[in-house]
Design a protein around this ligand. Structure first.
Ligand code: SF4
Length: 508
């Protein structure tokens, strides 16, 4: 009895603390969390937020922001991942805590380069915009006071005096509308965007902003704060990088994606070597199609290409024996003789299948890893063509693949906006003649699997004769890929160890 009463008191105290710590479901994330959390919670919070930001990126391109369907889908995701999803909910302190901590973890992971910072900022801004616009007027007011953005609402007398100017200078505001809406007097520096687009009345160094436009001011303010904070966090990176527990996790997160790891066990033996040329045209994403073409043309790939393409082929189901035969056949048609291949390259291939060295079973690279790390240089064919190719060359390549001009224009527009995976999704739609890809692309092997499913009418790729002429056993084909699985620390471990593996691939 006494125990339960004490437990209740403790619970009440905790709830009280949280209420003070998180008075609003929305935050500017000004104070970093100070509590201790386990590495397991650290990683799961970070992965959930990453998943949320990826959904936001996809929704932002597929739907008009703030349209009903955009809001419904985003709310469903927030609910599912247990982030605050409704501003009015009073008892979501656990969700607010998760929101706070996960934001700061990803801030650490995504401050590491200009590209990462830009991506993170964009998605966080979209999330903030949605949440702010969901607030009731009184909650907006409370939030503005909380973050010291309490702008002065002008009195009725002044509004009547300025009514004509307000109506003429504020698009969509006739005189009756001016009368019914609240206007705020805001310093010009805070209203630059509205001023630049001629959406507000300016007088004596102040902008007169209608309530419905106040989100532009708040977002501007948030963007400035977050971008400064990211730059500051980047400066403290050296001390973070010296932490042996955190660094692998953060690196993994910034190269991460949310989805299955496409490890080989699920597909082994489903593909014959004779199928690869045809599959490369029908079902390979552009990055792998490019690598395959380069390999067939020059009978060689440099180590970045061998790593990226070799692990992809492993993921689609090539056995170790098939991989050895595939690479050897091609390399000895070029400048490498069989002896050199057996002594050097064969070792690396066995290593990537976990048969040499540390015996790690390496997983194929995700899109994020390909896009964010090891950019190709002269003579390389690895990387993501949507990220790393010159747009003119990309255009020519797409033309040569018979993509219609309107489709090419859409792809290039997405590339211009730095939505590389969405450009790849568009490429999938265009090459498979579907209107909606129906999944969020994160991995080249996911592209392959989805393509095969589609081309075979929803089934896994059919079994074929393997290269030794034996028909494969049926049980492999029954396994399906679980698209909701989540990367775990073991992936992070594999990624870290992969750096060691790359040393074995340095021979050109
Ligand atoms: Fe390959 Fe991913 Fe780039 Fe598509 S988005 S080309 S799958 S790396």
């Amino acid at each position: 009895m006494e125990f339960s009463s004490r437990a209740r008191q403790r619970h009440a105290r905790l709830a009280g603390d949280r209420r003070e710590q998180y008075p609003h479901s929305l935050q500017f994330y000004l104070e970093p969390p100070t509590e201790s959390i386990s590495l397991v919670e650290f990683e799961s919070f970070a992965i959930d937020r990453l998943r949320l930001l990826k959904v936001i990126e996809n929704l932002g391109v597929s739907y008009v922001r703030n349209s009903d369907v955009y809001k419904v889908k985003l709310e469903a995701e927030l609910r599912k991942l247990k982030f605050p999803y409704r501003a009015l909910a009073e008892d979501d302190y656990e969700a607010r805590r998760k929101d706070h901590i996960s934001h700061f973890i990803l801030r650490l992971a995504y401050c590491q380069s200009e590209d990462l910072r830009r991506w993170f900022l964009q998605q966080e801004m979209d999330l903030f915009r949605y949440r702010f616009n969901e607030l009731t007027e009184s909650l907006m007011q409370k939030f503005l006071e909380h973050v010291n953005l309490s702008f002065e609402a002008i009195g009725e007398d002044l509004k009547n005096e300025l009514a004509n100017e307000l109506s003429v200078s504020t698009p969509g505001f006739n005189l009756p509308k001016v009368k019914e809406q609240m206007f705020y007097k805001v310093g010009l520096a805070d209203a630059v965007d509205l001023f630049r687009t001629r959406r507000v009345f300016i007088k004596d160094g102040f902008a007169y902003v209608p309530f419905k436009e106040i989100d532009v001011i708040v977002l501007n303010n948030y963007r400035t704060k977050l971008s400064k904070a990211l730059a500051l966090t980047a400066r403290s990176l050296p001390s973070i990088q010296s932490d042996e527990r955190l660094q692998p996790l953060l690196n993994h997160l910034s190269h991460s994606y949310v989805g299955p790891d496409y490890s080989v066990q699920k597909n082994t033996g489903k593909i014959s070597l004779e199928q690869i040329d045809a599959l490369s045209v029908k079902s390979f994403p552009l990055c792998m199609r490019q690598l395959h073409r380069a390999l067939r043309d020059s009978h060689h790939l440099r180590h970045g290409g061998r790593m990226q393409y070799g692990l992809f082929l492993k993921g689609i189901g090539l056995t170790l024996e098939q991989a050895l035969e595939f690479w050897k056949k091609e390399f000895i048609r070029g400048k490498v003789d069989a002896d050199k291949f057996d002594k050097g390259y064969a070792y690396s291939i066995r290593h990537s299948y976990g048969k040499e060295g540390k015996r790690t079973d390496y997983t194929p690279y995700s899109c994020m890893k390909i896009i964010m790390s090891n950019p190709p240089s002269q003579g390389d064919y690895h990387g993501c063509p949507f990220r790393h190719s010159d747009p003119e060359l990309l255009k020519q390549k797409l033309q040569s693949y018979k993509i219609p001009p309107s489709g090419i224009a859409q792809v290039l527009e997405l590339v211009k906006g730095m939505h590389y995976q969405l450009a790849c999704q568009k490429y999938f739609e265009l090459t498979h003649d579907v209107d909606d890809i129906g999944f969020s692309l994160n991995h080249p092997n996911q592209y392959f699997t989805e393509s095969q499913k589609l081309l075979s009418g929803g089934r896994e790729p059919k079994k074929e004769f393997n290269n030794s002429g034996n028909f494969q056993q049926k049980n492999n084909s029954q396994e399906s890929i679980n698209s909701s699985s989540t990367p775990t620390s073991s992936n992070a471990k594999a990624d870290t160890e992969l750096e060691g593996l790359e040393a074995y691939f340095t021979e050109d």
